[in-house]
Design a protein around this ligand. Structure first.
Ligand SMILES: NC(=O)C1=CN([C@@H]2O[C@H](COP(=O)(O)OP(=O)(O)OC[C@H]3O[C@@H](n4cnc5c(N)ncnc54)[C@H](OP(=O)(O)O)[C@@H]3O)[C@@H](O)[C@H]2O)C=CC1
Ligand SMILES: N[C@@H](CC=O)C(=O)O
Length: 444
């Protein structure tokens, strides 16, 4: 039997009225699910969940969902301040007007669901304080890793444990592009266009390609995981624009694959704990679980003292998967409205210091274009040694004008590696340091 249970709304429960801001890739799928799953939602929430308005930039467009024309408005402010609106679902994106609209919604007594990582990572504290003041919910599960439930586990399920590290692939677009480059030899631009056509990319895909989107997500993850305040500006950020087909091929030769990683950690020091958060491309061994994360999928590893290692995996972008996370928040927030309670809010913050990138340690893969002369290898090795960077492997490729040394280091600090590269660049027999990439993962 595959029958759905009959809905059991509380007989006296008024409908929960929802205002939707944005009807694009994600918003249209939320509107579709609200319509298609109306009966199930009624049963799960205990009252009807009714879409009462949709704010967009332009009226009259053909949308990925059919809705009565009279639901649409371009006056988003009037919609969020309507007396009868219980929940505002913000799916516009960007900083303004999204921030002002969320603040106005909270001030007017609505609860808010958002997928806006850019805003939450830039100015989350203003929004959280407003939600606290208004005694209303602000939920944002869809802001990190699309459909994957990761924020609720960090905020609630792991709140009694000590999370020490969060490492993952949190941007679907860049994972899609790198995967296409690795598996089918596709060019960067072609693969990016495909990701955009599939609805994975941000309105401005620079946010994906340059790592801003992943950095925003890293800030949100670090804040929740370590109960502190990390903003996007605190996250060291490098995107994939500089990753070449030759980097991807070099990685393949080493039995590795290139991925854009977000790595957040907390560490104890003489002055107490501090956090680090970084986003950058890295080579990881093909045997590493993150190497098998294909297309626009995301995966997040969480390491904690009591639980050990946890892995969360699933679709990280796209209208329907992201709408699933939004709907989960919407059901929670609607239930809370009916019971007149607030859900789990943010932790009280410790405001831990954020470590500079220079002190972060990892291994490095360095390609050095050299003059094909006797003694060059010894001179290059000397430059690494001078800065305390120990070499794990070195091999020479090509001859004459194409001669290259490919060095893989043992673990070293970012500052020591940067100093090594500077020295190399000043050496007579070195024409260029053509690529530097971090190597993450345990396999040596
Ligand atoms: N796409 C994805 O895979 C994911 C997206 N997100 C986040 O979800 C949010 C929405 O993303 P997505 O659906 O892809 O974005 P889209 O660009 O597809 O849609 C944005 C929607 O917002 C509307 N809009 C823009 N500006 C205004 C404004 N000033 N007033 C009213 N409406 C406005 C647009 O109207 P119009 O249609 O008229 O232009 C459009 O309907 C973003 O925060 C994004 O970061 C999160 C996870 C995954
Ligand atoms: N542009 C983002 C969308 C989801 O957050 C991505 O590609 O991951």
């Amino acid at each position: 039997m595959n029958e759905h249970p009959a809905p059991h709304p509380r007989p006296d429960a008024p409908a929960v009225k929802v205002a939707l801001l944005g009807c694009g890739v994600v918003g249209s799928q939320v509107a579709r699910l609200l319509h298609e799953q109306a009966d199930d939602l009624t049963a799960r929430v205990g009252a009807r969940v009714e879409l009462v308005g949709v704010a967009v930039r332009r009226l009259g467009l053909t949308r990925d969902v059919e809705l009565p024309e009279d639901l649409f408005t371009t006056d988003a402010h009037a919609l969020v301040t309507r007396e009868d609106v219980d929940v505002v679902v913000e799916l516009i994106g960007g900083i303004e007007p999204a921030r002002s609209l969320i603040l106005a919604a909270l001030e007017h007594g609505a609860s808010v669901v958002s997928a806006n990582k850019a805003l939450l990572a830039e100015d989350g504290s203003t929004l959280f304080e407003a939600a606290e003041r208004a005694h209303r919910d602000l939920y944002y599960e869809a802001a990190v890793a699309g459909a994957i439930p990761i924020l609720r586990p960090l905020r609630e399920s792991l709140a009694g444990d000590q999370v020490t590290r969060v490492l993952g692939i949190v941007n679907g677009t860049t994972n899609f592009v790198l995967d296409r480059m690795d598996s089918s030899g596709a060019g960067f631009d072609e693969a990016l266009q495909e990701a955009q056509d599939l609805g994975y990319a941000e309105a401005d895909p620079t946010a994906d390609v340059e790592g801003f989107d992943a950095a925003a997500k890293a800030a949100i993850l670090a804040s929740l995981a370590f109960h502190t305040r990390v903003t996007a500006a605190d996250v060291h950020r490098e995107g994939i624009a500089e990753v070449t087909a030759s980097d991807v091929a070099s990685a393949a030769e080493m039995g590795c694959v290139v991925k854009l990683l977000a790595i957040c950690a907390v560490q104890d020091g003489p002055d107490g704990p501090s956090v680090s958060a970084r986003v950058h491309p890295a080579m990881i061994p093909r045997s590493h679980p993150l190497a098998s994360v294909r297309e626009a999928y995301n995966a997040v590893f969480v390491e904690s003292e009591a639980a050990g290692q946890l892995m969360f995996y699933g679709p990280g972008a796209g209208g329907s998967p992201t709408a699933s996370a939004v709907m989960g928040d919407l059901v929670t927030v609607a239930r809370n409205r009916l019971s007149d309670v607030r859900g789990a809010g943010e932790s009280s913050y410790a405001d831990l210091p954020v470590l500079p990138m220079g002190s972060t340690e990892t291994r490095y893969h360095v390609q050095i274009d050299v003059d094909d002369k006797a003694g060059v290898l010894a001179a290059v090795a000397q430059a690494f040694a001078e800065h305390g960077v120990s070499i794990q492997t070195v091999r020479q490729e090509g001859r004459g004008d194409d001669a290259q040394l490919v060095v893989v280091s043992h673990r070293a600090s970012d500052a020591d590696l940067a100093a090594t590269v500077e020295t190399l660049r000043g050496m007579a027999n070195v024409r260029d340091v053509s690529s530097v990439m971090r190597v993450e993962g345990e396999a040596e």
